[in-house]
Ligand binder design. Sequence first.
Ligand code: GLY
Length: 362
Amino acid sequence: MTTTDASLTTIAVGGPAPYDVLVGPGAARHVVSALPDAASVAVVHDERLGELAAPVAAALHAAGRRVEVMVVPSGEQAKTLEVVARLWDDFAGAAVTRSDAVVAVGGGATTDVVGFAAATWLRGVRVVHVPTTLLAMVDAAVGGKTGINTSAGKNLAGAFHPPAAVLVDLDLLTALPAHEWVNGMAEVVKAGFIADPVILDLIGSDVAGAALPTGPSTRALVERSIAMKAHVVAADLKEAGPREMLNYGHTLGHAIERHESYTIPHGHAVSIGMVFAAELARVADRLDDATADRHREVLDDLGLPTSYARDAWPSLLETMRMDKKARGGTLRFVVLDGLGKPAILAAPDDDLLLAAYREVSS
Ligand code: GLY
C-alpha cells in the first residue's frame, strides 16, 4: 500500500501473498488506503475496545464504505468455534462478499479468531489487522497465522491467511496498561535472542524505559521485532523450515498456558519457556553460560517471570507430548547454539529435560 505520511515506517512482508505493515502514530487512520476497493467492511473488535475501533469505523464510513461493527469476547476466551460461528452469522447478516473485507481491532486473541473467521468465510476474505497490544503488534498480527483453541490444545484449528495489511498504530500504546506492555516484551526479547541482539542492547541500555510503553526505545523495539518476523515469515509462511524458530520458548510456554487453563498471560508463559530453553541448551552443552544467564537477567529486569512450580513438571511434560502428538510430531525444542543462532533439539531424553526444568523450578 502507498502512504505519503512521513511519520510512518513501512515494513514489507514478502512471500506468496505480500503485504505491508505500517508502523507509527496514527497508522490506523490508513485503513481506507489499506482497502482501496472494499465496498463493505466488517470492523470486529474486542468487546472492551469499542473506543479504539470507533475511529477506524468512522474513517471507513467517511470514505463512503458500508461499515458493520461486530464484537468478540475479550482475550483468549474469544478463540472458540462458537465465536467463529457467530462471526460467520454476522458476516452473512452484513452481506460480506468476497470483494469486501474484515478489520480486526484488538490483541492477539482477537486477530487470531477474526483472522480465522475471515480465512474461512467464503473460503477467504481480506482481513486488515489493527493490533492494540504489543504482543499482537510484534507477533500475532504479523505472519498470517490464524486460529482457535480446542479441548486438545492451543491453536489446533486454524489457517494460514496473510492479512491485506497490518496497521501498527503507536498511539494505541498510550492506552495500554504497563502489565500488557511487559507481557508483549517477552516476544520482543525472543526476537533479540533468536535473531537481533541489538534489541537486547536497547533494553539493557534503559531497562526502566523498556518496561514502559512510553520508553524512548519503544518504536525501535517494535520495528526491529516486526522486521525480524517479516523476514522469517516471508521465507517460510507455512512453517516448513525456519519459521519454527519463532517458537522459541513456546513448547514449554504452551504447556504452562494449558496447565493454567489459559489464565496466565502468553508472554509470562513464553518468558519461563525461554529460560527453560536456555537451560536445556546449557545442560546439553550447546549454549555458553553468559548467554544462558542473560535470559534470566533481561526477563527479570523487565518484571517477567522466570520460574515455575517444581511439582508441575509431570503434567507439563505430558501436555508437551500430547501437543506434539496432536500436531503429528515428536517433541522438539528450539534452542540456541549461541546468541542469534537458533537450532532444533529433537527428542531430548527425559533426564536432560528434568535437569533443565530443575533450573527453572521453584
Ligand atoms: N508466533 C509464532 C509464529 O507466528 O510463527
